[in-house]
Design a protein around this ligand. Structure first.
Ligand SMILES: [Zn+2]
Length: 80
């Protein structure tokens, strides 16, 4: 197994590459930021950063669509 890999490659804030030391989890997925400041701010204000969560929600949605195609399994991604 690899080291835990984030679902996104680029920071939702800066567009820079995700740094390996700046990962956190969101909705059960590993998400990454360009630096620990972005990461820590997101973690501390997770409900007040809609731009970040919308970005991750989209990435997760695409990921789950791919998963549907591969496994035909159904996930409830709309309920919270
Ligand atoms: Zn960033």
């Amino acid at each position: 197994m690899n080291v835990e890999k984030p679902i996104n490659r680029y920071c939702p804030r800066s567009g820079k590459r995700v740094a390996e030391d700046s990962l956190t989890s969101y909705r059960g997925f590993i998400v990454g930021f360009c630096n620990t400041n972005c990461r820590d701010d997101f973690q501390a204000n997770i409900t007040r950063r809609p731009n970040d969560t919308i970005y991750f929600d989209v990435v997760i949605k695409e990921l789950e669509l791919k998963t549907f195609a591969q496994t035909s399994e159904k996930y409830d991604i709309t309920g919270s």
